[in-house]
Design a protein around this ligand. Sequence first.
Ligand SMILES: Cc1cc2nc3c(=O)[nH]c(=O)nc-3n(C[C@H](O)[C@H](O)[C@H](O)COP(=O)(O)O)c2cc1C
Length: 389
Amino acid sequence: MSLMRISNNVYSVGVMAPLVRKEELIKACPYGTSYNSYFIDDRKTAVIDMVYGEYFDDFLYNLGLVADIGAVDYLILNRIRPQHSESLKRFLEVSPKTVIVCSALAKDLLDNIINKPYNCVVVNNGDKLKLGVSVLEFVVQEGIAPDAMCTYFENDCVLFSGNIFSTDFCEPKVTDQELIFEKEFMTELSDYYSCYFSHCKGAVNGLLESLAQKQIYYIAPAKGVVVADRVDVVVEKYKSLGKAENTPGAVVLYASASGCTEALAKGAKEAFDEKNIKTLLLDMSVSTAAECKKAVDTADYIAVGSCTVHNNLPACVWNALSEINGVHSGKRFFAFGSYGWSGEGADLLNDKFAKLGMTSVCNPVKCRMVPTQTELNSIKQAVDELLNT
Ligand SMILES: Cc1cc2nc3c(=O)[nH]c(=O)nc-3n(C[C@H](O)[C@H](O)[C@H](O)COP(=O)(O)O)c2cc1C
């Protein structure tokens, strides 16, 4: 993000990073990204959001064009990452009197990121900070990310939204006023939401409601494009992404090299069908990790099965399950699988889902090679356990 005056008192001083292709191991960035930072000029001055360490020199150059960098009063952090460590330390070296403003949990994390004393003010939801004529209000992102908050700048109607409304997107211009690749920008807005917020839609919806009363002319996120011309479009997109999806009821995930585990999976599906539970049967050897994650995220009941290969799960199963996370802890599941002699596959699935905080309703259902009718009956019993516990 190059230097640009966004509104009366707000300058963007962040840095464009068009060549970044992956963030935090989990997010693809086909369009690059930007690490945003903003400067508010008033009797007292504030920097909002910070770039990652490798971009600090460019940030400092931008900031120096509009600010007395040794005398910034506040550094407001809407979002905290370990990647900020070097920048924060260097910033406090050049401006040692700066007071960091952040949420309570962010302070806890910052102590372990800066690793030395610093001036800090912890703010709660609704707290205000007066810079002169300018007034900032803090909106803590309850239930979204424990450290995160938004900062609303009443005078210029700017929402510094942190992670919310962020994109990994990088165009030559800072704002969307001369946006070239509009379709790609909207796709990326959805992808970012899906990566970081699909597990906490209710909390994001709540945040949108609490912001609805505020006049917003600019959305200035921690990453990506500053939104000026499309504030309503972007907010509506978030609302539509936040709508509850039709739950499939149950999902049966399986991987089977020679059909035995598949027979158990089909037995499980039949048992759900008999109870009129809408069920998705998903073959992990051909489904993407994103498809498996979505299926687990939206399902009420989960059955997961695999054969054993070389005392392990096949690599395709590890890959297919790689994006499932622990934010849905409390869901119920059972594991199953066919094996030849040692049978670790179903146990590994059982352990993995339990470690993610889900509750196993019974011991893994296993069969040696081709399932017998008795073993198929065990699968039906496991489905009953799942539905009745
Ligand atoms: C290359 C290979 C390695 C195997 N390794 C194991 C193993 O380590 N332990 C085990 O219990 N079974 C092992 N098996 C046996 C399979 O798990 C067994 O044939 C099972 O019935 C296959 O189930 P599926 O039809 O669902 O693929 C192996 C089979 C193959 C082909």
